[in-house]
Design a protein around this ligand. Structure first.
Ligand code: TIU
Length: 232
């Protein structure tokens, strides 16, 4: 691999040093992707997030083959006693005024196990994208990947400066992670086909537009194919 790889991106070409770049796959968990998981119960439309599995697998495969600096997977969830789940999160996803959509919330028992609870079947990453030995799994209680986790230390320990980001949902944990990473000095690119959201195309489009608006305010957005060609 060359020391620096450049791919077409918005708002302009994105250059990254592969040895100092990590792939970060956000929350590709059964709870967000499968029927009767947390996302489904919340009212999410699963069709787009399920369609993002195949491109994400291609992204993961090429990054593995290319020998990128590191591969990170994140999982959103809470310890079984929910002591790491603030009321600002728990309450509004349960008994907020006007919530007629669902009655189950974080920690409650659903068909995939206790929702968004560590150790449960639904909390784990889907089989297609299962982490391999040597890859890093970050358990996070927030939407962003940096709050109350070791991700910053683990990225720094591997001398990572650039992040290729994918995963679900674009409007929530994907965007929050890129914003957090940008504040900490990481150069981020989101991969358009390998991220998806729960609100058809409009939230995804707005979320991606906001990331690269104003000369790349939070980072870059690139398509999958040019990245695959550049890493092959
Ligand atoms: N609710 C929603 O859209 N997403 C989340 O709560 N988590 C993630 O985005 N992973």
């Amino acid at each position: 691999l060359p020391e620096l790889v450049t791919v077409d991106a918005k708002p302009y070409a994105y250059s990254f040093p592969p040895k100092h770049t990590a792939l970060v796959i956000i929350d590709m968990q059964r709870d967000f992707l499968l029927p009767d998981g947390f996302g489904d119960i919340q009212g999410g439309n699963l069709s787009d997030v399920q369609a993002s599995i195949e491109p994400t697998k291609k992204l993961l495969d090429i990054c593995r083959r290319a020998g990128l600096g590191a591969i990170f997977h994140t999982r959103e969830g809470h310890v079984p006693d929910l002591s790491d789940c603030p009321s600002s999160k728990l309450i509004r996803q349960h008994q907020a005024p006007g919530n007629t959509q669902h009655t189950l919330t974080i920690g409650d028992k659903g068909k995939l196990g206790r929702l968004l609870t560590r150790g449960e079947w639904g909390h784990d990453i889907i089989d297609e994208l299962a982490p391999r030995p040597g890859e890093v799994v970050i358990d996070k209680p927030g939407k962003g990947s940096f709050w109350n986790t070791t991700i910053l230390h683990k990225l720094k320990a591997r001398a990572i400066t650039h992040l290729i980001v994918s995963g679900v949902t674009t409007e929530c944990c994907f965007a929050t992670t890129i914003r957090e990473a940008n504040d900490r000095g990481f150069e981020c690119v989101g991969i358009e086909e390998a991220t998806a959201g729960y609100n058809d195309a409009c939230f995804k489009a707005s979320s991606l537009d906001m990331l690269y608006w104003s000369q790349g305010l939070f980072g870059f957005v690139a398509s999958l194919q040019p990245l695959i060609e550049a890493l092959e």
